[in-house]
Design a protein around this ligand. Structure first.
Ligand code: NDP
Ligand code: MG
Length: 387
């Protein structure tokens, strides 16, 4: 491939779990990708190390207290340094960016993603919360701007891979697999007493703290159901969740002739990240290969939505539509923070979400301002419930 065919990538949240793995993929494929922008919230030290190695055009540190440290380290290297949330929104508009990989956590990803789409940048989307909060608005905007949304989430990448070559064929059903997390099969008495250390110990994936808690509570799967609805344009009753503890089948698509396609492999986020960056091509990799001898059985179970209420709440929010998924997401972000700071127990996270969904006013056709206000008001309400 010629040098000028390289894709210039902006990584929002480069210091996190997805961000660092994205840089591994880029480092292994220097003929295909170039780093244009790196951003972090407050991990200045790692951001500086990454910038020295990948020599981006610009970096953003959203925590303004860390600006001086980053500026002093990178300005002599001719790397532009910006600080603050607004900088995240303007940096994605840079002419030289081809694709923006969104790996920030939570609602913080919404405005930068909107800005990137408006600027016509293709999106590799890890930040699922953006689609949960405002999926209708984001997918419409992307359609209007001719922007592609490439899924990074492993399940959605699997579905995307199953659909490749099938986009003209109707989908009957999407089957999202879920590992079930560390508390699969446990009852409410057990869950009442679990600690954050137990919840942070995921059996198959090593991820950031927020998504790890979401995985334990099945909220992650709920968010992914909503993410799938928007990415693949299906109705909520066409999305089924099946527990698959080995995390080898990453998800499936059932077509109208009854045929099911699945995508398999060892759990390794670098594969979906690489596919999102290289689509429609597949690049060589040295990722560990799957060996059937190591997995004599792949098993499947039904999710327990009575014990793990978050999944049911997510289906309810999706069915109601409008600003309900935004309420679900904001309440959950506060609930997870509450659990991680020992203010509430594991099961109380669902109580906070359910109460907020019952209290906050429903808006059926939210504008962007409505989403911003719903997010803000839900956070206030959720904090009141917790404190
Ligand atoms: P991490 O917590 O590991 O990393 C988050 C990144 O975003 C860090 O670079 C962090 O900076 C930055 N960041 C966090 N909050 C803000 C903020 N308010 N403003 C600006 N930057 C911020 O998260 P993950 O990498 O695990 O997850 C990222 C996204 O990808 C999430 O939406 C998650 O659901 C999704 N995802 C993750 C998977 C995984 O395997 N990890 C799998 C599938 C999806 P700093 O380091 O300075 O704090
Ligand atoms: Mg996932």
């Amino acid at each position: 491939m010629m040098k000028d065919e390289k894709k210039n990538i902006a990584i929002l949240g480069s210091t996190g779990s997805i961000g660092t793995q994205t840089l591994e993929v880029i480092a292994a494929n220097p003929d295909h990708f170039e780093v244009e922008v790196l951003t972090a919230n407050s991990n200045a030290e790692l951001l500086i190390t990454q910038a020295k190695k990948f020599n981006p055009n610009a970096v953003v540190i959203t925590n303004e207290d860390k600006y001086a440290e980053v500026f002093e380290a990178l300005n002599p290297l001719d790397i532009k340094v910006y600080a603050g949330e607004k900088a995240l929104i303007s940096v994605v508009e840079m002419d030289t960016i081809d694709l923006v990989l969104t790996a920030l956590v939570g609602y913080a990803g919404l405005m930068p993603t909107i800005a990137a789409i408006k600027a016509g940048k293709h999106i590799a989307l890890a930040n699922k919360e953006t689609l949960v909060v405002a999926g209708e608005l984001i997918t419409k905007l992307a359609y209007d701007k001719g922007v592609n949304l490439y899924p990074v989430d492993s399940e959605h990448s699997a579905i995307f891979q199953c659909l490749t070559g099938e986009f003209h064929n109707p989908t009957e059903k999407i089957i999202l697999t879920a590992s079930g997390g560390p508390f699969r099969g446990k009852n409410t008495d057990f869950l009442k007493t679990v600690t954050k250390a137990q919840a942070l110990n995921h059996p198959n994936w090593d991820m950031g703290a927020k998504i790890t808690i979401d995985s334990a509570s099945l909220m992650n799967k709920g968010l992914e159901v909503i993410e799938a609805k928007w990415l693949f344009g299906v109705r909520y009753d066409q999305i089924e969740v099946v527990i698959h503890p080995q995390s080898i089948i990453h998800s499936m698509v059932q077509f109208t002739d009854g045929s099911i396609k699945a995508q398999l492999g060892l759990p390794d986020m670098r594969l979906p990240i690489q596919f999102a960056l290289s689509y429609p091509n597949r690049l060589d990799s040295d990722f560990q290969r799957f060996n059937f001898a190591d997995y004599p059985s792949l098993t499947f179970e039904q999710p327990d939505m009575e014990t793990f209420r978050n999944l049911k709440l997510a289906y309810e929010a999706m069915e109601k539509g409008g600003n309900q998924p935004c309420i679900l997401n904001a309440a959950n972000e506060i609930a997870v923070e509450g659990f991680l700071s020992d203010k509430i127990g594991f099961l109380e996270m669902s109580d906070v979400v359910e109460k907020c969904m019952g209290i906050l006013p429903h808006i059926s056709q939210p504008s962007i301002e409505d989403y911003v206000n719903t997010d803000k008001e839900t956070r206030i309400k959720a904090l009141e419930i917790i404190n």
